[in-house]
Design a protein around this ligand. Structure first.
Ligand code: ADP
Ligand code: MG
Ligand code: MG
Length: 212
């Protein structure tokens, strides 16, 4: 069963841009606690770049791969911080997984997310409990892999997002082993990682679009 086409991803990117505007101050405040206070600004700049060009990107691309690749490249080029290259490669590799396709099934969608998350890990070299976005993403993708063939994919997706949200919460008591927050040592304890929070909220957009 086809659950997503190119328009699904186009609409998701537009919604992610809206979310990034709405959450800009919140994500930035999380980053002010343990980083340099720009995470929300970085993502809003990056996704604004995508949303400005989205109609043209849609018209000039044949498949899901090229749409996500061009979008990821905008994030790579517009976002100065660590999150730009990480989210940029996430979208690029997510698309690469379905090169040539204009429609995907739920198991294929899960493989797309897997490739994207693998790219974040390959680039950033972080492990679980290093207090990064991977603390949100890894529990979610593990759940999705285990349940991707179930018929009720919306419930599977809902649960996976919930696990990602819990994963973001789980960063609060941690010391950071990667990224800027590393420099704080024990002073990072008690604060949620901004990238973990933005990542589950961004992936939740896919779930919201699936429900439509
Ligand atoms: P910067 O730290 O350069 O200002 P941002 O503030 O936009 O960039 O993003 C910070 C977020 O990036 C962190 O909260 C963390 O989730 C994520 N991050 C940083 N380094 C890594 C890494 N090596 N692997 C995975 N995620 C990382
Ligand atoms: Mg920052
Ligand atoms: Mg920065």
């Amino acid at each position: 069963e086809v659950i997503a086409n190119k328009t699904f991803f186009k609409n998701s990117l537009i919604k992610m841009a809206e979310l990034s505007e709405e959450q800009r101050d919140y994500w930035t405040s999380l980053d002010s606690n343990i980083g340099d206070g720009d995470h929300g600004i970085n993502l809003s700049i990056g996704f604004r770049g995508i949303s400005k060009e989205i109609e043209e990107l849609d018209q000039t691309t044949e498949d899901i791969h090229s749409l996500l690749k061009k979008s990821g490249m905008i994030l790579l080029s517009k976002v100065g911080g660590a999150s730009g290259p990480l989210y940029g490669s996430f979208f690029i590799k997510m698309g690469k997984e379905v090169e040539g396709k204009t429609e995907v099934t739920f198991p294929e969608f899960v493989e797309m997310l897997q490739s994207g998350i693998d790219a974040i890990q390959a680039r950033g070299k972080a492990e679980l409990q290093d207090k990064t976005m991977l603390d949100a993403l890894l529990p979610g993708i593990e759940y999705l892999q285990a349940h991707k063939n179930e018929e009720d994919y919306l419930t599977v997706m809902e649960k996976a997002i919930q696990m990602m949200q819990e994963g973001a919460e789980s960063t609060i008591p941690l010391i950071a082993k990667k990224g800027r927050a590393m420099r704080l040592g024990e002073r990072a304890i008690g604060h949620k990682d901004p990238g973990a929070e933005s990542s589950w909220m961004l992936l939740n957009v896919f779930y919201e679009e699936m429900k439509k």
